[in-house]
Design a protein around this ligand. Structure first.
Ligand code: HEM
Length: 452
């Protein structure tokens, strides 16, 4: 019997991958769960056979795009995001991204021990401003707090056990009345849904109100709501797509940033090289900007290595197999949950020799475009096919700029005990889906982050 709700499940799945190969099937009370452990197999199934592998298990939150099965509504929501988050639109967000990263650096410098709280505010604030045109007032901003509560519900309560929702596994439970003893999941579901609806409604009402008063900042909502004759259906699409963008982006962003601090603590040398490059190219009188990106090749490699080594979403959210399929003689039954094991792909020792080390050099001087594409961790970190992350270009821009600003301005060193001895950080992760809130970092003292 396997405890599939265990912490750091990806390490267990990685062991199975090494033992049993590219596809591993697990049966949980009769529900098939299939882990895809190899990048080429993932491309074949999720990209080329996307019509079969793009569904989602039913979980009671179908309004949110990442829980919507592959249908017309899903296509409409993705279209809205493509229209506003494509590579050509990103320059339109540069000002907000720059303001967000400057505000993050100020908070890190003035209050270094609370870096995790600053990362939360940065990640939530960035999406609230680009999606709703709302600027949070402080870390205790009501919309930020509401967002965090909804996120925690989604990833740790509703999603415990990698998205297994009891009604999916035992459809009979659907018919139990809410007052029935032991039906707590159903009572909780009502509470959860209300909280999540509140989080979809309130910032959206803010964006609508500002638009009505003609005082809105440019944002995803303001540009779509200012179209003529927005139908109620389209308005609902805009509202839930906006909400999905928040819920989908905050946690992986925080995961990447907290792993970045960990990398700076454990592997200072590559950051020193990047700092030297930064001083030569940008100097010390200003912060780096997007215009500097091409002139900072080592920083680019460090960025890629931070994504790979950090593996923010180590096991992708489960997809649902819509139709029985056969892969290399193996039958993949209809109704199975299928999960891309991104952790094993990003730590594949053939692709990335010495995969547990932090080595930006592995990405230097690769001239062949096909090799470059195959090694680029963004090929895996944002998953595959029809459900590949639509925020990839925004994340690529915002995270690069934040990394550049951090390299230019802060030094991170290991905390010390009162007797002067160094405290070695232990790493342990406490979230079902995301590699974030590393426990050792939470307990780390204020001397761990210093301003250069
Ligand atoms: C910060 C780094 C980010 C990472 C590592 C990341 C990663 C992912 C992953 C792995 C998925 C799951 C795809 C699947 O189900 O197969 C996903 C989905 C999604 N992401 Fe991101 N994401 C990031 C940032 C963002 C941003 C900035 C946005 C929007 C502004 C965003 C919006 C979404 C949405 C809406 C989905 C659901 C797509 C669907 O089900 O069709 N993400 N992301």
């Amino acid at each position: 019997m396997v405890d599939i709700t265990s912490k750091e499940l990806w390490l267990r799945v990685d062991e199975w991958a090494k033992k049993y190969g590219p596809l591993v099937r697990l049966s949980v009370f009769g529900q098939n769960m299939i882990f895809v452990n190899d990048a080429d197999v993932a491309c074949e199934l999720f990209d080329r056979r996307g019509a079969i592998y793009s569904g989602k298990p039913r979980c009671g939150c179908e309004n949110m795009i990442f829980f919507t099965t592959y249908n017309e509504r899903h296509k409409r929501h993705r279209k809205l995001m493509q229209a506003t988050l494509g590579p050509r639109n990103i320059a339109g967000y540069h000002k907000q991204l720059e303001a967000g990263s400057i505000s993050l650096i100020r908070s890190l410098v003035s209050d270094p021990s609370n870096y995790n709280r600053h990362f939360r505010r940065y990640a939530g604030g960035l999406i609230l401003s680009t999606v709703y045109g709302y600027t949070p007032s402080s870390s205790n901003d009501p919309f930020l707090l509401l967002g965090e509560r909804s996120m925690s519900l989604l990833s740790n309560e509703m999603g415990a056990g990698i998205g297994l929702w009891p009604v999916d596994v035992f459809p009979i439970l659907k018919h139990i009345p809410t007052w029935f003893p032991g039906a707590s999941f159903k009572r909780n579901a009502v509470k959860w849904k209300l909280k999540i609806s509140e989080f979809a409604d309130r910032p959206f009402a803010f964006a609508k109100e500002r638009l009505k008063r003609d005082t809105s900042m440019p944002s995803f909502c303001s540009s779509l709501l200012s179209e003529e004759n927005v139908s109620p259906e389209r308005e609902a699409d805009i509202k839930w797509t906006a909400n999905s963008m928040y819920t989908a982006s905050a946690d992986p962003t925080i995961a990447i940033l907290s792993n970045l601090i960990l990398a700076m603590l454990l592997h200072p040398q590559p950051f020193e090289i990047a700092k030297k490059e930064m001083e030569e190219v940008v100097g010390t009188e200003r912060l780096p900007s997007f215009e500097d990106r091409d002139a900072l090749p080592y920083l680019e490699c460090l960025f890629l290595e931070a994504l790979r080594w950090g593996s923010p979403v180590p096991l992708n959210l489960p997809h649902l197999v819509e139709k029985e399929d056969v892969y290399e003689g193996m039958t993949i039954p209809k109704g199975s949950f299928i999960i891309a094991n991104l952790w094993s792909m990003l730590h594949d020792e053939f692709r990335y020799p010495d995969p547990y080390s932090f080595k930006p050099e592995r990405f230097m001087n690769i001239s062949d475009p096909e090799t470059k594409r195959k090694l680029d961790p963004r090929t895996f970190v944002f998953a595959f096919g029809r459900r590949r992350c639509p925020g990839v270009d925004l994340a690529n821009a915002s995270l690069w700029l934040t990394l550049a600003a951090m390299v230019a301005t802060i030094d991170v060193s290991k905390a010390r005990n009162p007797d002067g001895s160094v405290i070695e950080p232990k790493t342990e992760y406490d979230d079902t889906f995301f590699r974030q809130d590393c426990i050792a970092l939470q307990d780390y003292g204020s001397s761990s982050v210093e301003f250069a």
